[in-house]
Design a binder for this molecule. Structure first.
Ligand SMILES: *[C@@H]1O[C@H](CO)[C@@H](O)[C@H](O)[C@H]1NC(C)=O
Ligand SMILES: *[C@@H]1O[C@H](CO)[C@@H](O)[C@H](O)[C@H]1NC(C)=O
Ligand SMILES: *[C@@H]1O[C@H](CO)[C@@H](O)[C@H](O)[C@H]1NC(C)=O
Length: 372
């Protein structure tokens, strides 16, 4: 990382060469991918729009493009495993996210699941939504869209309530989906309206990984799982993988980031998810995915193995942590492991992507910089 990046991270003004205005755009080809659940964000001169199946929804609360130049056109935070009414340092993590989010002028937040402990939400009126989300992430910088996937604890409750647009009436930031693709433009050229082949994007592919995990389907499973809309399981998983494969294959993004709750590669308490190593990983590797971001293990972790081009980023430090590291029989690729609370930031430009890990004091404890 060069010195300018350090400076930018600290939030000092810096005359960036990048015309780093944020432009969130969708191109026509994106529409129809994941048709029913697709959520594509789209910034037009007049406002901030969400493409959601067949309707356009204007979200007026979101400020228009910031006039301040940023180092990267797109910045966001990723957080997982958090909703505990502020306990287990959740509130401290939230306040540090507010500071770092402000310095980076983030565009949105990604939640990698296990949004509400211990048993998801009981319904769209559940007070836990206020107590664990709205009243915790109160910093001005966090008043941005939150894009969430589901975790296994969310499935212990009423999954439909987390996906229900009525939650957006309680707190406009909340956007939870099972599977979706978000497209953000990185190329200043689009600002002049020339939508052409030079368009450069970062694309996030959200995958609901919970139904993949065999253990949750075992007859002796002690928790209830809300499998509505998932059955029959085999068909659902097959379709999900087909949809993801075609979306990834059709994508011309500069950077492809896949988001799911469960680990693929991890040295935390849960370790690898063998189901995802077998079924999801080959698709990611076959379609030039750069980064996989997950939670589930309550730690901050970076794995980059020799046998895979993918960077595995665990950001599961949203609240209860300190579960320990599983004895690494073969710690192939373990680049960084922090067992406590924290979160991760992403800054994305056409030719580089930077990931920074923060602890509960807001200190940058690990950095990953990728270039193309
Ligand atoms: C909160 O964070 C501090 C600093 O990392 C740590 O010492 C403490 O154990 C944490 N508390 C909990 C409940 O995890
Ligand atoms: C796969 O895509 C089809 C067509 O867009 C959609 O109807 C279906 O719900 C998707 N299935 C899954 C499991 O995501
Ligand atoms: C991927 O896309 C190319 C065209 O861009 C197409 O020829 C190919 O069949 C697609 N592969 C899959 C697996 O969809």
């Amino acid at each position: 990382m060069d010195r300018d990046e350090e400076v930018a991270l600290l939030g000092r003004t810096d005359s960036s060469k990048l015309k780093s205005r944020v432009k969130l755009a969708a191109t026509g080809c994106a529409l129809g991918i994941f048709a029913v659940l697709a959520t594509v964000w789209f910034l037009d001169l007049g406002g901030f729009f969400q493409f959601d199946a067949a309707r356009w929804v204007e979200i007026t609360e979101d400020p228009i493009v910031s006039p301040v130049d940023r180092r990267a056109p797109v910045n966001f935070l990723a957080l997982g495993d958090w909703g505990r009414h502020g306990l287990y340092n959740q509130s401290l993590v939230a306040s540090q996210m507010g500071k770092i989010g402000g310095a980076l002028e983030i565009n949105f937040v990604v939640s990698v699941g296990d949004n509400f402990y211990k048993n998801g939400l009981t319904g769209v009126d559940d007070i836990a939504f206020d107590e664990s989300f709205s009243r915790i992430y109160t910093a001005p910088a966090l008043q941005k869209p939150w894009h969430a996937v589901l975790g296994n604890h969310d499935y212990h409750g009423d999954v439909f309530s987390q996906l229900d647009p009525r939650l957006g009436l309680r707190d406009w930031r909340w956007h939870c989906v099972r599977d979706a693709q978000l497209i953000f433009d990185l190329s200043p050229s689009l600002f002049r309206g020339d939508v052409d082949s030079r368009v450069s994007t970062v694309e996030l592919f959200f995958v609901d990984t919970v139904p993949f995990i065999d253990q949750y389907w075992a007859p002796n499973q002690k928790h209830d799982f809300d499998w509505r809309d998932i059955l029959p399981r085999h068909r659902h998983l097959q379709q999900k993988l087909e949809n993801l494969t075609s979306a990834l294959n059709a994508s011309t993004a500069s950077w492809k980031i896949v988001v799911g709750h469960h680990t693929i590669r991890s040295y935390g308490a849960h370790g690898d998810s063998v189901e995802l190593v077998r079924q999801l990983l080959p698709i990611l590797e076959g379609n030039n995915v750069d980064v996989y971001v997950n939670g589930h293990d309550h730690c901050l972790e970076h794995v980059k193995r020799d046998d895979s081009p993918i960077h595995f980023i665990t950001s599961g430090g949203g609240s209860k942590a300190w579960k320990g590291i599983s004895p690494p029989q073969n710690s192939n690729g373990l680049q960084f492991y922090y067992d406590g609370q924290g979160f991760v930031s992403f800054s994305v430009a056409e030719s580089w992507l930077q990931i920074v890990y923060y602890n509960i004091y807001g200190e940058a404890v690990h950095k990953v910089r990728l270039t193309k």
